[in-house]
Design a protein around this ligand. Structure first.
Ligand SMILES: C[S@@+](CC[C@H](N)C(=O)[O-])C[C@H]1O[C@@H](n2cnc3c(N)ncnc32)[C@H](O)[C@@H]1O
Length: 255
């Protein structure tokens, strides 16, 4: 069901990134977040990491991307970044928000190489079996699993570890996990959490060791699990915002 009376994480994020696919409630929540923290900088740092990560995994030879919690379309979208590196990349976009998948379907499903699925990370088997996912992803070949800025929208009771493990076990060796996750290690997230408490999904920031556990069964690529702006920055000399509020990593499944 589409809920427009309460702020929603996808539409708040869209507002923070300067998009138009959001409602007054989302704008109010976004403004409160900006007042509370460096949320806009965090959203941009996360998005910039996502672009660098997609370029990296496609550059390393992966030709399939399963992007779960994809968010409202923002150019450059994952497939646009990927296609700049290789023209034969296949991308499955998955989100549990019908507004996101309606927009994604209209804007992104431009070819048979792209699928859009309405499915929920809390039901990883349902994601793996979704016809739109199956249509573009061959699970016998390596996959880049993208879980950026989504696992913190699952509470511990919703078993995010189990969801990631189920997805990992479905991937062949050579696959990669692209991960980013909010943390309260260095930043005070209480104000942001208070805003998300009024939204459709609460925010659950986690510590470095807790986030590292999502990478069990994968081998971390250098520089490891680090603040998103520090993950292989394009221009090391560029001053980085204080966005330790989100950690990022790429890890590879070896066996
Ligand atoms: C902050 S956006 C992240 C967008 C994109 N991954 C990025 O990093 O730029 C979070 C997205 O996760 C989606 N989401 C939240 N909980 C989810 C769940 N249980 N299953 C699938 N998607 C979910 C939201 O609808 C939203 O579109």
């Amino acid at each position: 069901m589409i809920e427009t009376g309460r702020p929603h994480s996808a539409r708040i994020y869209d507002y923070l990134l300067g998009g138009k696919d959001n409602y007054r409630v989302d704008q109010q929540a976004g403004d409160e977040l900006v007042a509370a923290a460096q949320e806009r900088a965090v959203a941009r740092a996360n998005r910039a990491f996502l672009e660098r990560a997609v370029r990296h995994v496609v550059g390393a030879g992966l030709r399939q991307v399963l992007d779960i919690g994809t968010g409202l379309p923002h150019s450059p979208n994952v497939h646009e970044v990927a296609l700049e590196v290789a023209p034969d990349v296949r991308v499955a976009y998955v989100d549990n928000d019908p507004i996101v998948t309606a927009h994604a379907d209209a804007l992104l499903r431009s070819s048979d190489l792209i699928g859009v699925a309405l499915a929920d990370l809390r039901d990883p088997q349902g994601v793996l079996e979704h016809p739109q996912v199956r249509q573009v992803i061959d699970f016998d070949r390596p996959v880049a699993l993208v879980l950026t800025s989504v696992l913190h929208f699952l509470t511990d009771a919703q078993e995010p570890q189990r969801a990631v493990a189920t997805l990992r076990d479905a991937l062949p060796a050579g696959s990669c996990l692209v991960l980013s996750h909010a943390t309260d290690d260095a930043a005070d997230c209480r104000a942001a959490q208070a805003v998300y408490a009024t939204a459709t999904t609460p925010l659950t920031p986690r510590s470095h060791p807790e986030i590292e556990k999502f990478l069990d069964g994968f081998e971390l690529l250098p520089p490891g699990l680090v603040p998103a702006p520090s993950w292989r920055p394009d221009t090391p000399a560029t001053p980085r915002p204080a966005t330790t509020a989100i950690y990022a990593a790429i890890a590879r499944k070896a066996t």
